[in-house]
Design a binder for this molecule. Structure first.
Ligand code: NDP
Ligand SMILES: Nc1nc2c(c(=O)[nH]1)N=C([C@H](O)[C@@H](O)CO)CN2
Length: 236
């Protein structure tokens, strides 16, 4: 029996995919708690729809721990935790160690600590999920986003460990997108090249991530699995 009062926590939901999923979950009638790093008009829009918005920067361990404390201060139960917060950093000459550390912090340490210290909130007596938003790029790595890809591969492994640890009370799965949504600075040449990397050749938009999230939340028999959302990139 799902408790309609148990909120869904989604990190990094001030824009793009996270924002879309938060808005769709609110539309489904779920209470929502989001984390955001930078205040935006979209955060106020979510507040007006009843969401709880907690400011958080996962680039430091203290920032992660402060966020976890804030979650516990705001709720005694959670229906799901969606780890969406992410930075897509490429290697910067002379700043490689900093880049690696930042990728590890947001894609691995934050999900790791939040899962360990918020799992008790998911044990409210009904269906419970953790969803890691990864990246299809873990299939083969990335010459241009080395630390990013490695940290997303680590996140995928966290899915397996937490699925084993938290069963049967909590399901733990991943969603592995490829090209979902361009960034405003992506030029025509980049867009053409990115679309040519999959057999479907689409920029599908954030709804396809929401549909995968909905599927994982609604299906009681899926855990330790990753849903690949890549338009058939692996076929090229
Ligand atoms: N968009 C795409 O095509 C693809 C996306 N994905 C994955 O899907 C998810 C959503 O993608 P997308 O919507 O593009 O994500 P974004 O790049 O828009 O990032 C989402 C949010 O993460 C927040 N964030 C970044 N770093 C930190 C940090 N250190 N601490 C706290 N919050 C942080 C950002 O906050 P702020 O705005 O304040 O900086 C941002 O709003 C991500 O996990 C991404 O890796 C995977 C493949 C393709
Ligand atoms: N945090 C983010 N991660 C990723 C993004 C993004 O915008 N923010 N974008 C991509 C690309 O779309 C890539 O999949 C194109 O091949 C990857 N990760």
């Amino acid at each position: 029996m799902s408790n309609p009062e148990a909120p869904i926590l989604i990190t990094g939901a001030a824009q793009r995919i996270g924002l879309h999923c938060a808005e769709r979950l609110l539309g489904d009638g779920h209470p929502v708690i989001i984390s955001y790093r930078t205040e935006r008009e979209s955060v106020e829009r979510l507040r007006k729809r009843g969401a709880t918005a907690l400011q958080a920067d996962f680039s430091t361990t203290d920032g992660i721990l402060a966020f976890i404390e804030a979650v516990h201060a705001h709720t005694g139960q959670l229906r799901a935790i969606v780890h969406n917060a992410s930075d897509w950093l490429s290697e910067k000459p002379g700043h490689e160690a900093e880049t690696f550390q930042q990728m590890f912090q947001v894609h691995m340490l934050a999900p790791y600590l939040i899962n360990l210290r918020c799992a008790e909130l998911l044990k409210y007596g009904g269906p419970a999920d953790i969803v890691h938003i990864g990246d299809d790029v873990t299939r083969k790595g990335s010459a241009k986003h080395i630390a990013y890809a490695a940290s997303k591969a680590g996140l995928e492994n966290l899915t397996l460990s937490f699925a084993a640890l938290l069963a049967p009370t909590i399901k733990v799965n991943g969603i592995s997108p490829a090209m979902i949504q361009f960034n405003s600075g992506d030029d025509e040449a980049y867009r053409r090249k990115a679309l040519a990397k999959s057999v479907l050749g689409l920029e599908p938009g954030p709804e396809v991530v929401y549909l995968s999230l909905r599927h994982l939340l609604d299906n009681p028999y899926i855990t330790g699995t990753h849903i690949t959302l890549n338009g058939g990139r692996h076929l090229i």
